[in-house]
Design a protein around this ligand. Structure first.
Ligand code: PLP
Length: 440
């Protein structure tokens, strides 16, 4: 077992992290390889980690933390799970990539397809973004149409035509939210609010003839946790069918997280195309898209929709994914994780209620979102951005006490099977102490 040395407000330091960050900023834009890692919306330099084990992170200053970021979702078993590690080590010794099929392809393919009732064929790629990009191309290839409807507040990776925000109005053409995206790409995207059946139907009515697909995060978890009702998701399914538009569930975050069959299984809704990432790679860079045999027949080399990848389905990544998914199929896995999450958020909620703190902890499965309001939030425009100042204080106070959250109040927390009751007790006490500072 590890000797954890949690920091305290009196001992907490980021001296080594700060020095590394200083250098990193001279090498990499913003010192990082993905923007949120730069700690722009919280305080101080990013923490540099040396090691992870179970639910613990160990930083370069010799301090440990209970990890609620879990690499932004993939680590549902925690860090270096013994079965995952063993399988990866065994595989890596035989070669990391062949650019050719290996038996690992079939192993993970069978495991996923045999245990997921909503898909019949799957193609592996190397990231969630790549999965979504390919799924859009597939939807466009199948339908021969070009426009896409997306929801404001859903994130689908950094795909050009989806890196858009809504204009003013219920149904709008996307406005690119990044430089470097031609307005003509953004104009292929129609943006509608979540949880708004009228806006969705009016977008479909107006544009159905030009729309290839509607894409949604069925459990929107990249802009807070904007839980949708089962009724709304069913309405979305019925209307897309009625208007002859394909429905893509982007399950990069919810897939294998809210159940092995993800949100499709949770709500028992059959989408036309599904995308995966995060957990499916068990911590390695993997994404995938999947659908019925009929739709997947459009993908090259069988069909005309081209998509390829030098490192796609490399055996090491497939081994990590296979070992991870195998654990998830063990009886009671998801029930245990959900019960732990409910107990943890329940304790924190009771504390906040008793103290009169305006905080809630919406959760779904093992995803939770600490949010500084008492309102139930279903749409991104219902989030009061000014209240993120509270998160900023909580984030630093939690760091000082050995609890690591992703560095933004718009990000959700994840609980892994490696979080023990004792770890969660410790973390809850530290979060409570941090909230006392926030509201002092
Ligand atoms: C993380 C995420 C992506 C992007 O995946 P990357 O592996 O970061 O490219 C896409 N869609 C959703 C829903 C995600 O959560």
């Amino acid at each position: 077992m590890n000797q954890n040395s949690y920091p305290s407000p009196a001992t907490f330091t980021r001296a080594q992290s700060a020095a590394l960050f200083e250098t990193a900023q001279t090498y990499f834009p913003g010192g990082v390889h993905s923007p949120v890692r730069a700690f722009k919306s919280v305080q101080g330099p990013p923490v540099f980690f040396e090691r992870g084990e179970g639910c613990h992170l160990y930083d370069v200053d010799g301090q440990s933390y209970v990890d609620f970021c879990c690499s932004w979702g993939p680590l549902i078993l925690g860090h270096v799970h013994p079965e995952v590690l063993a399988r990866v080590q065994q595989t890596v010794a035989s070669g990391m990539s062949f650019g050719a099929p290996t038996p690992h392809d079939n192993l993970i393919g069978k495991l996923v397809l045999d245990n997921h009732r909503y898909i019949e064929m799957i193609r592996f790629v190397s990231s969630g973004t790549e999965a979504v990009m390919s799924a859009l191309r597939l939807a466009r290839g199948v339908t021969g149409k070009s426009k896409v409807i997306k929801f404001e507040g859903c994130y689908h990776g950094h795909v050009d035509s989806l890196l858009v925000k809504a204009g003013s109005g219920l149904v709008t053409f996307g406005i690119s939210s990044s430089a470097g995206i031609p307005e003509s790409f953004a104009a292929e995207t129609i943006v509608v609010p979540l949880a708004d059946p009228e806006a969705l139907e009016s977008a479909l009515k107006q544009y159905a003839g030009e729309v290839a697909c509607v894409i949604i995060e069925p459990v929107p978890a990249n802009n807070g946790l904007l839980l949708q009702s089962a009724e709304f998701l069913r309405f979305l399914r019925e209307k897309t069918r009625e208007y002859g538009v394909l429905l893509i569930f982007d399950e990069v975050i919810s897939g294998f997280r809210v159940g092995f069959e993800g949100a499709a299984g949770l709500y028992d809704i059959q989408p036309d195309i599904l995308t995966f990432g995060k957990i499916i790679g068990g911590g390695m860079p993997v994404g995938a898209y999947a659908a019925s045999k009929e739709i997947m027949q459009h993908v090259a080399p069988v069909g005309p929709v081209y998509q390829a990848g030098t490192l796609s389905a490399n055996p090491v990544a497939m081994a990590a994914g296979f070992a991870t998914l195998t654990e998830l199929l063990k009886p009671g896995f998801y029930e245990g994780l959900e019960a732990k999450t409910a107990a943890f958020t329940g304790r924190l909620q009771a504390y906040c209620d008793q103290k009169g703190y305006e905080v809630t902890f919406p959760h779904q499965g093992s995803i939770f979102w600490p949010t500084f309001t008492r309102e139930t939030i279903h749409r991104s425009d219902e989030i009061d951005d000014s209240r993120m100042r509270f998160f900023k204080v909580m984030h630093l106070e939690c760091l000082k006490r050995g609890v690591y959250f992703g560095p933004s109040g718009y990000e959700v927390g994840f609980i892994s099977s490696a979080h023990t009751d004792a770890d969660l007790d410790f973390a809850a006490s530290q979060i409570e102490a941090s909230l006392d500072v926030v509201f002092s």
